[in-house]
Design a binder for this molecule. Structure first.
Ligand code: MTE
Length: 306
């Protein structure tokens, strides 16, 4: 994939469709996604090219200290209140500018997909961070399978709307469902994951079961949980925090130690699980992924277009 600042990315700019289709898909023919169970990559536990070798945060911290406002505002609420969420059956609508739009059962979406472990730093705009061993696959692979059409420039995501099981959706300041979005080249970047698990286990409900986005160079709120809709669109989509407070939460929301949030300095961060006496650590530009992603934003003023 070509890197560089482009807002006019179209089909010809992303990897050719043929490279994404495996042999089985070709035999199954256009119009069908394959129906084989997901495969956990051999040696998935070994950190790959994109994984950090920093020690992962303990599972009880990753699954016990959460932001998932559909289940309340306190960090402990999601672990307690998300357990009643029905995650099976689950389907994802893929629509907009795609060759094969449809409502895909999660099993079909995952069929034939090779899941791999990616150990990523995860940095919340509230200035805490974790190191999370996600299990997932590249969003770009899925977009390749459904066929991105010319004219698509952004990808919009939506979380499940189910107030009966998500008590936070019965009120509050957020206009539900939770929404997020990426530019197409950000969505196609190999670091961008759809994750279905943590620590080789299915995704805990409080972390966004059964399938969520992970964009490790952006603040955590971009990594939308429990996704039910993925839309390929022309115009920049509306996103939850940007709709609420556009001056505080930009569309891009790339981790940037030089651009403070009105309530949180972004210069440093606290590693969750490090203990009260652990020193704060310096926050890195793009959360330490600058080598991989800085070229996506070449020519942009990241203090203005944040
Ligand atoms: N997705 C949905 N649907 N609802 C949310 O409230 N919170 C976001 C993001 N994704 C959120 C969401 C925020 S603010 C953060 S920091 C991360 O999820 C937290 O992910 P974690 O709980 O797995 O650490």
């Amino acid at each position: 994939m070509r890197k560089g600042f482009r807002t006019d990315l179209g089909w010809s700019d992303v990897t050719p469709k043929e490279q994404w289709l495996n042999r089985r898909q070709l035999m199954a023919g256009v119009g069908a996604l394959v129906t084989a169970p997901p495969v956990l990559a051999q040696g998935a536990a070994a950190p790959g090219r994109y994984s950090t070798d920093e020690p992962p945060t303990a599972l009880e911290d990753i699954a016990g200290y959460n932001n998932f406002y559909e289940f309340g505002y306190d960090k402990e609420d999601p672990a307690r209140l998300a357990q009643g969420l029905t995650v099976d059956p689950w389907s994802v609508v893929i629509d907009g500018l795609v060759d094969r739009p449809g409502t895909y059962a999660l099993d079909d979406l995952l069929s034939g997909v090779t899941l791999e472990e990616r150990i990523y730093r995860f940095r919340c705009v509230e200035a805490w961070s974790m190191v999370v061993p996600w299990v997932g696959f590249e969003l770009g692979a899925l977009l390749g399978r459904v066929g991105v059409q010319p004219g698509a420039r952004y990808v919009a995501f939506e979380t499940l709307l189910r107030p009966g099981e998500m008590p936070g959706q019965q009120g509050g300041m957020i206009e539900w469902p939770y929404r997020e979005g990426l530019r197409l080249d950000e969505a196609m970047h190999p670091l961008t994951l759809l994750a279905t698990g943590i620590y080789d286990e299915p995704m805990p409900k409080q972390n966004g079961a059964p399938i969520r986005l992970v964009v490790p160079w952006k603040y955590g709120f971009k990594s939308i949980k429990s996704i039910v809709r993925i839309s390929l669109v022309t115009d920049r989509p509306q996103t939850t925090w940007n709709m609420l407070q556009p001056n505080e939460y930009g569309f891009y929301s790339n981790v940037n130690p030089q651009v403070d949030h009105p309530r949180w300095s972004q210069a440093s961060e606290r590693r969750v699980g490090g203990g009260l006496l652990a020193p704060r650590i310096d926050t890195l530009m793009f959360n330490g992924y600058a080598d991989e992603v800085a070229s996506l934003y070449a020519g942009m003023d990241l203090t203005r277009d944040f």
